[in-house]
Design a binder for this molecule. Structure first.
Ligand code: GLA
Length: 379
């Protein structure tokens, strides 16, 4: 008997342990399902990440899009806090980049062109004559390859996209890897890694819209926001930066102290009128390539609290001023004006045409990196 117990301990237990480790892809923390079929027939998968405290993030391979994230309120009740659609058609037809991974260049490029090493590149224009969020079929409309990984911090999904030379007019074949981790501290952590085979520009971002009430018939006007930025980049009537960098002080754009979004959104301030609300790039303080806390948002009725950390120089704070009721959102709710806000960590808009601003150029042999974290808790 002793011998059997001994053999069991020495041989069978380590074997089972080894087997379970080699089977990490089937871990119950990550589930895979079919989300839908693209217009061209390709299958789109959805991965559900579950962390130890009980939060969930659903991510699809179309546009490396986050379909939902759940976060607890002050009574421990979990609710979905990001806008999205119930089916793939919503994501294929939607124009608001809900939950998407945006690229190659997040935000706007004036005249959809830029010059690099003496050569001018003409990009696909999709907002008048300008480019917005990577062009007509940017990264948010591409099908990504996914691989689940069981990171130390929590379940994770690695998504990879190869964007061919000339995609949307951009030079170089770019390979971008994005790892979404739902950490056991209730953070959605996004790590980016990009390379190219020719000198190019790269500036991706993540475009979730949040509504911390968890009820998408509510607007986000009662949320309180703080952004660690003394300056912003003012815009013209096409939302292209004028090239100036101005102080937020004494303007309704000053969020250096926690302030209710709705309290000044209708102020008679030219920039707010041009953008139809908040839709501005904040020049974040303390930019030195390291991850630091740059913004936080508090929703007083539920107590949900969102902190944003990034290593990027800019943050686009957008209050859903162009949100459209079609396609209809999750659970049949049509998203009205200002039912979600976005906090997009990125370089300043139109940087390829503003040589004084932090560079977005990526050369062969270099690696583009970004880390941005959305951390959910309560207060
Ligand atoms: C960004 C832009 C907005 C708008 C949305 C998508 O936030 O700054 O102007 O285009 O994306 O609708």
């Amino acid at each position: 008997m002793k011998r059997i117990i001994f053999l069991f301990t020495v041989l069978v237990i380590p074997f089972i342990t080894l087997l379970s480790q080699s089977n990490k892809k089937d871990s119950p923390m990550i589930e895979k399902s079919v989300f839908g079929k693209m217009k061209d027939g390709k299958e789109v998968y959805m991965y559900t990440l579950k962390n130890k405290p009980g939060a969930e993030a659903k991510i699809i391979t179309y546009g490396a899009t986050v379909v939902s994230i759940t976060a607890p309120d002050r009574n421990g009740k979990y609710a979905d806090v990001t806008l999205g659609y119930d089916n793939l058609e919503g994501y294929e037809n939607g124009t608001g980049y809900l939950g998407a991974l945006v690229g190659r260049y997040a935000n706007r490029i004036a005249g959809a062109k830029f010059t690099l090493d003496g050569k001018t590149y003409l990009l696909s224009a999709n907002e008048g004559k300008n480019q917005l969020h990577g062009g007509k079929t940017g990264f948010s409309k591409d099908l990504w390859k996914a691989e689940p990984i069981e990171g130390k911090a929590g379940p994770a999904l690695k998504l990879t996209l190869v964007s061919p030379d000339g995609d949307q007019g951009y030079p170089g074949k770019v390979t971008l890897q994005v790892i979404y981790t739902l950490t056991n501290d209730n953070e959605l952590r996004i790590d980016y890694k990009g390379t190219t085979d020719k000198t190019t520009i790269l500036n991706p971002t993540h475009h979730s819209y949040f509504n911390l009430t968890g009820v998408f018939t509510n607007t986000i006007l009662n949320h309180q926001v703080k952004i660690d930025a003394d300056y912003y980049t003012p815009i013209d009537k096409e939302s292209i930066p004028t090239g100036k960098i101005e102080k937020v002080e004494d303007t309704p754009l000053d969020f250096r102290k926690l302030t209710t979004i709705g309290s000044r959104i209708n102020d008679n301030f030219e920039q707010l009128k041009l953008a139809n609300g908040y839709d501005f790039n904040y020049v974040l303080n303390n930019y030195n390539g390291k991850v630091r806390e740059v913004a936080d948002v508090y929703e007083p009725t539920t107590g949900r609290y969102l902190q944003i950390f990034t290593d990027q120089p800019g943050l686009q704070f957008y209050t859903g001023n162009f949100l459209s009721e079609t396609p209809v959102g999750k659970n049949g709710v049509a998203y009205k004006f200002r039912t979600g806000f976005a906090m997009e960590a990125e370089h300043y808009p139109n940087s390829p045409n503003e040589p004084e601003w932090p560079s977005v150029v990526l050369k062969p042999g270099q690696t583009y990196r970004q880390t941005t974290i959305y951390k959910f808790s309560t207060k």
